[in-house]
Write a protein that binds this ligand. Sequence first.
Ligand SMILES: Cc1cc2nc3c(=O)[nH]c(=O)nc-3n(C[C@H](O)[C@H](O)[C@H](O)COP(=O)(O)O)c2cc1C
Length: 191
Amino acid sequence: MVGDHRPVGVTPRHGTMVPFTPEEVTMKVLVAVGSKYGATREVAERIAEEIRAHGFEVDLQDACDVQGIHYYEAVVLGSAVYGGLWRRDASGLVREHRDELRDKDVWMFSVGMETVVQPGQPLDEADGFAEEIQAHDHARFPGALNWDRLNVGEKALIRALNPPKGDFRDFTAVREWASGVATQLESIAAA
Ligand SMILES: Cc1cc2nc3c(=O)[nH]c(=O)nc-3n(C[C@H](O)[C@H](O)[C@H](O)COP(=O)(O)O)c2cc1C
């Protein structure tokens, strides 16, 4: 058909063969993450893997290592939550690149444990970020609490709450969310 260059190839998605265009496979996605003890970084790894499996070029970086975001068409930005705040490297990335982020397709995720939220603690600052940069979505995932690795100050802060310790991450939910992000990216790439 004249003027219709699809399909130029096929790529497996969701177990089926689906046509793709060159634009789809070259769209560059940054997954940037703020994590102190590694639980959130592993969540980010699963997100990056899932989006990559949909044919996108994905870079995964700690937020503190991100030099710039101009190279990327889309950004997935996440952080562990401590005292209602994102890790400083992740929130710093938002503050430093606020205007640029607003012009890109952005998804956000927070990893935390409701059981360690202090009574009366203000709402997560990341909700404000999501609004400011007009993120498509801000997902929340349960994290992990490895008591032995916490420092004295952290233990003192949350000891009275007597939170359940352990790994509460739901990687199935994480992958489902990331797959949804990838599906939206496919629509954007095809538009
Ligand atoms: C001192 C301390 C404060 C925390 N504050 C919050 C909080 O305000 N909200 C929340 O949802 N989770 C909170 N958490 C839970 C962490 O976000 C959770 O353990 C997360 O998985 C840590 O991720 P990381 O291993 O990537 O650093 C807190 C944990 C600690 C140790």
